[in-house]
Design a protein around this ligand. Sequence first.
Ligand code: URA
Length: 287
Amino acid sequence: MDTRNPRHLLLQITTSLRHYLESLQEEGVTGLPVASQQKPPASLDMGARQGRVQESELPKQEAPAATAAQPPRSSSASKAPLRAPQPLLSQTGDLFFSPPVHAAQTLEELRAQMGDCQRCKLCRGRTHIVFGVGNPRAELVFVGEAPGRDEDLRGEPFVGRAGQLLTEIITKGMKMRREDVYITNVVKCRPPENRNPEPDEIAACEPFLVKQLELIRPRIIVALGTFAAQTLLKSKTPISRLRGIWHSYQGIKLMPTLHPAYLLRNPQDKRLVWQDIQAVLRDMGRL
Ligand code: URA
């Protein structure tokens, strides 16, 4: 990134700010005070400059803390030196989405909102954003981890060796077509050297996965591998213990199973995936 370029500099600043806000959010901070025209008392002024104000330091509000849908009442706002804490993040968890991700009505609109995404460091090494493919009204959605080299070059998920295995599971095992289902990943850009996606990268991309699933509203999600299962289920339980059991994601049935790339290295475990897929087929009335 060339920081002499004003656009790059702005990007760097917003990315750093975003990471800082996310780290605050991870620590449980849900709002930041916004200084009024009036000079705040010294102790609060210091807290605001340091960027961390404990709730106990904030002036007590009679009215409940403001939300985006419910702005602060003007009477208390005019008396208080600082406004009540505003929600740090929008409903879908990102301050810098404009317009917000949750406003998208279709997958195309959502993809358009992603634009030439620079929300995390994976943008630097990617060729294509790999958003997702398939039926926007699919009954069944597969969620993988992240694009690999082939996917990055083609801009389509699961088209490399692991993808061929997934395609076989769908076509030969499930007797469905790839176009009947929807396929996407937790992160939409290839991690360098196919390393695991990092927490900040997952956090940056997650609002898009959440919205994809909200727009498609499938009956069943199959989470392929550790990252998909743990991200969607907000769990740290190993995939070996999550798989083969029905879970729920926002009221949608979710079946975690082993990742096709793992199966390429451990073909003896294909029978476990077949068990999981049979459970899915039974639930769909296809077995
Ligand atoms: N592995 C994944 O998790 N996703 C892809 O798209 C390809 C390989």
